[in-house]
Structure formats: C-alpha cells, structure tokens
Design a protein around this ligand. Structure first.
Ligand code: THU
Length: 136
C-alpha cells in the first residue's frame, strides 16, 4: 500500500484543477519537491494546434527552473484515470535532466490509486551528457 506524500498530493491535485485541457478533457497535475524542500507545480496547457500543448510535468519543471532550483527530490503526477498515468516519453527525458536515477516518481489517480516508481524505471538507458564525451 503506497501512501503518497500528502503535501505533494495536495499540491498536484490543486493545480490539476487549473489545467487548460479543452481538447483532451484530461486535466493532469504534477508537483515537484526539490532538495531544498520547496514544492513547484504544473498542469497541462493544451493548444488548438495540438502538438503545441505542454504536459503537467513540463510545467512543473519550468516553474522549478524559474524558481531558481535545478534538483528534483521527488515528483508526483495525478490524473482522473483508471490506472495511474505514466509520463510521456518526452517528459521522462525532461525529468531525467533534473533528477537522479533513484528519485521517486509517484503516479496517482484522483480515486486514490498510486504507483511508486523511480526515474530509472521510467527511462532505463537514458541518453546523458557522457554519451557526448567525444564531441569537441
Ligand atoms: N499529459 C500530461 O500532462 N502528462 C502526462 O504524463 C500524460 C499526458 C497531458 C497531455 C495532454 O494535454 C493530455 O494529458 C492528453 O494526452
């Protein structure tokens, strides 16, 4: 039985209600706790030109960077879905930019289901800067 962090869960749940998702009608909330203990939130923001929409995780990361922090200690994502939703491929790479492999990722549903993963579970074999070691 997983007990999501109550403050992160509340923050993600609240920001989810602010999502702009008129096309998918699928609001998503994300909350990041940084190493300093601060919480940053984001929601999905869709666009009539569909590929221009952004995910909740990307919004939370942007808020974290704008807040002057770069290290994710924990991230939680919530949606009204039958099962906890897995972050999309692009967001996995975005999360991995700012989180160590062992950082917990908690995926929640609005009806109380939760799944606990790590960044390594989301993106095994991630591309990172050491792959560019020969680049000059
Ligand atoms: N979405 C997120 O915000 N995060 C996820 O982890 C998966 C999907 C959004 C993108 C789009 O606005 C809507 O959910 C449907 O794909």
């Amino acid at each position: 039985m997983i007990n999501p962090d109550p403050a992160l869960l509340q923050a993600a749940s609240e920001v989810r209600l602010k999502a702009y998702a008129p096309y998918s009608k699928f609001p998503v909330g994300a909350a990041i706790r940084t190493l300093s203990g601060k919480i940053f939130v984001g929601c999905n923001v869709e666009n009539v030109a569909y590929p221009e929409g952004t995910c909740a995780e990307a919004g939370a990361i942007a808020a974290m960077i704008a807040g002057g922090e770069v290290q994710i200690a924990e991230i939680l994502v919530i949606a009204d879905s039958p099962e906890p939703i897995p972050p999309c491929g692009g967001c996995r790479q975005k999360i991995a930019e700012f989180a160590g492999q062992g950082v917990p990722v908690t995926l929640c549903t609005t009806d109380g289901k939760a799944r606990d993963l790590t960044v390594a579970d989301l993106l095994p074999g991630a591309f990172d800067s050491h792959h560019m070691d020969r680049a000059k």
